[in-house]
Design a binder for this molecule. Structure first.
Ligand code: GLU
Length: 497
């Protein structure tokens, strides 16, 4: 067995195939690679495995790069940034694979195979009939004299290239940083194809040629690739390259413990972005799906992840997607933002996207006050516009929630409360229309009217926002402004008893 390059400086890679969007499972793999590189002062390589011509598209590549950027996973080498081990697109490395395969043939570690698909099928059937437990390739073409094989290739005979699994190889033992020691029976490894008859390399070959050429020291990827690993080890050995350390991370499952799919809701990174999740929170949440620095922390900023991530704390158990926890973490990140940043990064873009406000409708202080009022009530960024919606309705078009109207307006005493509010608020002018002044004006009303606080303030609230929930009454009415507040209270008197 060749040596592993345990002591070399860490180089890891994320190697998505651009056959679709970046999904949560891939995103977590990318996060772990990034964090491992950062925690070890290593290099994070992004490579695009676009060798499947029917399913890889340029558009998907762009979607993946965009998602990586949104996640904040900066890569040190790869598309757009370059690097000394490029190109970083597999389709641009075809000559490298061809040369590597030819070198293996020349050195006797691989050979040309001329068996037709029919021949292979017949061999398989025969093995089955004999009751042979090995039903892989019978190594027929190993016996062909290399000179003869070269001549047949030169004459244009269709062929594949197969790796020569050494007869005395014995079991392939993979020491996986997550799964521990995994033993693969060498008998199950046939001389597998490294180059197809159409002249394209197979995944197990191309990926190892690249990982070896790029000096990758740790392969962190989904455990759906664990079964490919013994074949890849054979390729490393044939190439005479050190075998990297493997870390196969578990699948992400839906809440019903089934493979995550559309049925469970959003699966791609973009969908989460568009639904209003913050990339910091999303990265935090995905990092914790299968890894924890301790048993407690749920909020782990990316700087901490980049410092503390280690493979020993990665669980091999399947991780279950928990949307409630994601929402909780997202809320924590939103609430921790400064009001200025919330106004600028969340509220204004969300209001603009909702077509409510392009940022020119109010003074800066208004948006800051709106942030103070709405930030604690938001779990997702997209909640901001939904929260502030009633501030932008025309006074005579504000929709009154039926339940809230029944409960708070169509009640004895509601009209008195609204009349008293008009009188009290009428004392304030535009200049003194502040949350504190509004509260001070309304504060004495319950006692004055001999009514409970709810009976006084809730009708005012419903009158102004259409529903029974809003931030504090002072902030809400301050945001609404004096004219709109008084107009809405007037209108609601028509609904009040
Ligand atoms: N392109 C492969 C995939 O997306 C990479 C697998 C690997 O990391 O070796 O599944």
């Amino acid at each position: 067995m060749s040596d592993t390059n345990h002591n070399a400086p860490v180089r890891v890679r994320f190697a998505p195939s651009p056959t679709g969007k970046l999904h949560v499972g891939g995103a977590r793999t990318a996060i772990y690679n990034w964090a491992f590189a950062r925690a070890n002062g290593g290099t994070f390589v992004l490579r695009i495995d676009d060798t499947d011509p029917t399913r890889s598209t340029e558009e998907n590549t762009q979607v993946i790069l965009r998602a990586m950027r949104w996640l904040g996973l900066d890569w040190d080498e790869g598309p757009e940034v370059g690097g000394e081990f490029g190109p970083y697109f597999q389709t641009k490395r075809m000559d490298i694979y061809r040369e590597a395969a030819e070198r293996l043939v020349a050195e006797g570690n691989a050979y040309y195979c001329f068996c037709s698909p029919e021949q292979l099928a017949a061999d398989r059937d025969a093995a089955k009939e004999r009751g042979d437990s090995f039903q892989g390739y019978q190594r027929t073409c190993r016996a062909i004299d290399p000179k003869e094989a070269q001549a047949r290739v030169a004459a244009g005979e269709p062929h594949t290239i197969r790796i020569k699994v050494p007869e005395d190889r014995g079991d392939v033992v993979v020491r996986d940083a997550v799964h521990g020691k995994v033993v693969f029976n060498a008998r199950d490894l046939d001389d597998f194809i490294i180059f197809r008859s159409d002249g394209t390399p197979t995944y197990n070959f191309a990926t190892v040629v690249d990982d070896a050429a790029m000096g990758i020291t740790h392969i962190i990827r989904g455990d759906d690739h664990l079964s490919n690993t013994p074949r890849q080890v054979i390729v490393y050995e044939a190439l005479g390259a050190p075998t990297p350390i493997f870390a196969h991370i578990s699948m992400i499952l839906g809440s019903d413990s089934k493979k995550l799919s559309k049925r469970h809701g959003a699966t791609s990174v973009e969908e989460y972005r568009d639904a209003g999740y913050l990339s910091d929170a999303f990265v935090n949440y995905l990092a914790l799906l299968g890894w924890a620095p301790d048993g407690e922390s749920t909020v782990i900023p990316r700087e901490r992840l980049a410092r503390e991530f280690s493979l020993d704390h990665v669980s091999k158990n399947p991780a279950i997607m928990d949307p409630k926890k994601l929402d909780f973490i997202n809320g924590e990140y939103l609430h921790a933002m400064s009001d200025e940043r919330f106004a600028h990064d969340i509220l204004l873009p969300q209001l603009a996207a909702a077509g409510l406000d392009d940022g020119s409708m109010h003074e800066e202080g208004w948006y800051r006050l709106a942030s103070v009022a709405f930030k604690p009530r938001c779990t997702l960024s997209s909640d901001a516009a939904a929260q502030a919606h009633y501030l932008y309705a025309a006074d005579d078009e504000l929709v009154y929630d039926e339940k809230a109207t029944k409960r708070w307006l169509a009640k004895q005493g509601a009209r008195d409360a609204l009349e008293a509010a008009t009188a009290a608020l009428g004392q304030l002018d535009d200049a003194s229309w502040t949350p504190a002044a509004i509260e001070a004006a309304l504060d004495p009303l319950p006692e004055q009217l001999g009514m409970g606080k709810g009976k006084v303030f809730q009708p005012i609230r419903v009158a102004c926002v259409g529903g029974a929930a809003s931030p504090g009454i002072g902030e809400t009415l301050a945001l609404l402004g004096r004219t709109h507040t008084l107009a809405r209270i007037e209108r609601a008197k028509g609904l009040a008893l």
